[in-house]
Design a protein around this ligand. Structure first.
Ligand SMILES: Nc1ncnc2c1ncn2[C@@H]1O[C@H](COP(=O)(O)OP(=O)(O)OP(=O)(O)O)[C@@H](O)[C@H]1O
Ligand SMILES: [Mg+2]
Length: 196
């Protein structure tokens, strides 16, 4: 992948975003991590109602770059290079970002820590979870086509099972939220952290 390609992909992603929040002196960088159906996108949308952030949802951006996604290794590599480039650009402009992607491996997250370091911002990491039977029921509804209009994910129970093996324990400080319960207390804590 050439640098020119990454820059032009990031440009396309930026165009797909629409309205951006006003830049601030100390932008926030929030990252969720969790398996499909655990409630990451729902959590990010609730957070965005309370703090001025742009949501970078990998499933939405994948379709912006690849209208018929394959979810292959090369496609994902190209997507995430563009996303990483875009995050850095937004943070350097002062725009707060929440990254909505599975971010399951320590290697995926390591890139994000480097970006935070380079942009001199704190990375707020959130582990999103829900009990297995809750996730299974949510993914069943999604597969039946009962998902919300804002649901950009195509991941089903088979994808969940497959990805389960790639979960790596988060070694850094982070928040944890069980989305089968009230998510407000954790949202409150993160809002406080963002405004600190
Ligand atoms: N806190 C919650 N309360 C009620 N419903 C929820 C909650 N969190 C998620 N859901 C519902 O569960 C389903 C899956 O949630 P969501 O799309 O946020 O998962 P996800 O982690 O983003 O999955 P994916 O990785 O596939 O994108 C959605 O229908 C969503 O509305
Ligand atoms: Mg999602």
């Amino acid at each position: 992948m050439t640098e020119t390609q990454v820059v032009s992909d990031a440009e396309r992603l930026l165009e797909s975003l629409g309205h951006l929040p006003e830049p601030v002196v100390k932008p926030a960088f929030i990252v969720v991590s969790g398996l499909p159906g655990t409630g990451k996108s729902h959590f990010c949308r609730r957070l965005a109602e309370r703090v001025p952030v742009v949501i970078l949802e990998s499933d939405f951006m994948r379709k912006a770059l690849f209208p018929s996604p394959t979810y292959g290794i090369e496609e994902s590599a190209r997507l995430f290079q563009a996303i990483h480039h875009l995050i850095e650009r937004l943070l350097k402009k002062g725009v707060s970002v929440v990254l909505d992607a599975t971010n399951l491996s320590e290697r995926n997250r390591e890139h994000l820590h480097h970006i935070a370091y380079r942009c001199n911002v704190r990375l707020i990491l959130v582990r999103v979870e829900a009990p297995l039977e809750v996730v299974q029921e949510r993914l069943r509804k999604r597969a039946e086509g009962n998902a919300l209009a804002e649901d950009h994910s195509e991941a089903d129970w088979a994808v969940f099972q497959k990805m389960k093996g790639s979960v790596q324990k988060i070694r850094h400080n982070h928040f944890a939220v069980d989305t089968s319960r009230d998510i407000t207390p954790v949202l409150d804590k993160i809002v406080r952290e963002v405004n600190r």
